[in-house]
Ligand binder design. Structure first.
Ligand code: PGA
Length: 254
């Protein structure tokens, strides 16, 4: 963790929890992180839980995000949620291009770019996910995949837009598998991404952008991950569903 970049500890609840579960989570979680001022705390619940989450975090240093958005403001797009809708509901962040969206819902680098631009246009802070599959890593193609994802997606932003983006590196083979990238593997990948940022947007942008690691982050491994200068926070799935485990991740420095 570099001293000039404030860490972000973000939870991605995926398709878990009802509004009542959400309220119960925050009742337990808020006191556990009440003194955490060293990082930004973000929870991205399912859309239907956002109002309950926003209400629960009122007055706390916790912000709420969506897990996706559609790029049009409104219209005949059955099943979709737009940026203005998320913002009006009190969401401040949005995850874009998660590997599960890419794998199951046809997300591409091109649609990632469209969604990222839409999020920024409506004042939401995008967390844009990139990462390689196991076969790509084993074929020695990790760098190539990360560069292509960056080139096809984030490189299409203006410098002003890019300055408001957070990147999450999530090796697909480490998501929900219990198999975490070692801090060194994660660091290497973060360096590749940061170098691309430097090439496209310059050294200052590269030094400022926060790159989160995601993939089987747990209380037991968060400390060593966060000890890496390249890792500016975490995007946590499974271990963000329980208040005590996510609080232990947020409080990694203790
Ligand atoms: P995991 O998921 O922490 O359950 O591996 C991470 C993610 O998909 O964001």
């Amino acid at each position: 963790m570099a001293t000039n970049r404030t860490p972000i500890m973000a939870g991605n609840w995926k398709m878990f929890k009802t509004p009542a579960d959400t309220t119960a989570f925050f009742d337990e979680f808020k006191p556990l992180v009440a003194s955490a001022t060293h990082c930004e705390i973000v929870i991205c619940p399912p859309f239907i839980d956002i109002p309950a989450a926003v209400q629960a975090v009122e007055g706390a240093r916790i912000e709420i995000g969506g897990q996706n958005l559609y790029w049009e403001k409104e219209g005949a797009f059955t099943g979709e949620i737009s940026g203005p809708m998320l913002a009006a509901a009190g969401a401040r962040w949005v995850i874009i291009g998660h590997s599960e969206r890419r794998q199951y819902f046809g997300e591409t680098d091109e649609t990632v770019l469209k969604r990222t631009k839409a999020a920024l246009e409506h004042g939401l802070k995008p967390i844009v996910c990139v990462g390689e599959h196991l076969d790509e890593r084993e074929a020695g193609k990790t760098e190539q995949v990360l560069v292509a994802q960056f080139q096809g997606g984030l490189a299409g932003l203006t410098a002003e837009e890019f300055a408001r983006v957070t990147i999450a590196y999530e090796p697909v083979w480490a998501i929900g598998t219990g198999r975490t990238a070692t801090p060194e593997i994660a660091s290497e990948a973060h360096k590749v991404i940061r170098a691309e940022v430097a090439k496209k947007f310059g050294g200052e942008a590269a030094a400022a952008v926060r790159i989160l690691y995601g993939g089987s982050v747990k209380p037991a491994n968060v400390k060593e991950l966060m000890a890496q200068e390249e890792i500016d926070g975490t995007l946590v799935g499974g271990a963000s569903l329980k208040a005590d485990s996510f609080a232990a991740i947020v409080n990694f420095h203790r």
